[in-house]
Design a protein around this ligand. Sequence first.
Ligand code: FE
Ligand code: FE
Ligand code: ZN
Length: 277
Amino acid sequence: MFYLGCHLSASKGFLHMAKEAVSIGANTFQFFTRNPRGFAAKDIDEKDIAAFLEYTEENGFGKILAHAPYTLNPSSADEKVRDLALRIMQDDMLRMEYVPGNLYNFHPGSHVGQGAEKGIELTAELLNTILTPEQSTIVLLETMSGKGSEIGRSFEELREIIDKTNLSEKVGVCLDTCHVYDAGYDIVGNLDGVLDEFDRIIGLDKLYAIHMNDSKNPFESHKDRHEKIGDGSIGLEAMKNIINNPRLKHLPVFLETPNELDGYKAEIELLRENREG
Ligand code: FE
Ligand code: FE
Ligand code: ZN
C-alpha cells in the first residue's frame, strides 16, 4: 500500500481533513496541532473524532502525522521559551491519544549560540519530561537543513538526541527530502549511500515517515525553501527513486510543497503514476 498525503488545514476538524484527503487521492495527511503563531488549539470534539476514526478505517488510511508548531524552540537558551515548548508538546501528547497509534513530528530546535551539544541535551531533556510509557504516539525528530543554528542537521545529531532519551522506543525520525538535500545528503546522486549512512548511524527501523519536498536551493545550501515536486534542485527522477526504493516503500509520504489543494491533487496523481507495484 502506498500511503500518500499532504499538509492540510486543521481548522474544520479531523473528519473534514480525512474527507479532503480522499477528495485529492490521498490516504493519509499531515496537520498542525495548533496555530503555529498564537498556539491556540481547537477543543477536542469527541463526535468529530469518532466519525473520523470510522471514516479512516473504512477508507484504509495509513498513519496520520501531526506537526508541532514550528515556532517552538525546545533547545532555546531562554528557559521561558523552552518551557512554552514543553507545555505545548505535553498538551499535544494528551490530545494525540484521542487518535491513538499515530505520529507526531517536531523540529529539534535551534541552539542559538549555546552549541549543538547543549541544544541536543536540552531537546532530550524535554523528551524525557513529556514522553510516557503509556503513550501510543511515536514522536518524530525531523531532519533539518541546518539553517541558522538548527540542531538535527546531521544523522549523528539525531542519533545523539535519541540516545539521550530514556523512552527511546517512543522516538523516531521523519526524513524531509528538501532538508536533507540542503543539509548535504546527496539523495539525488547517491540515495542508497545516504540510506546506508542513515542505517549505520540511526537505524532504518527508526525511520517512520517522509516529508517529500523539492528544494528551491542547490545541494548543501542550508536554506530550507520548499519547491513543488519536479521544479527544484532535487527533481522528479530522484523523487521516483525515493518512492520506489525497497527500503522506503512501506513509509507514509507527506507533501509540504507550496500548493493549494488542486496542486497537491496533481502531485499526488503524479507520484501514484510513478509508483511501481
Ligand atoms: Fe517541519
Ligand atoms: Fe518538513
Ligand atoms: Zn522545511
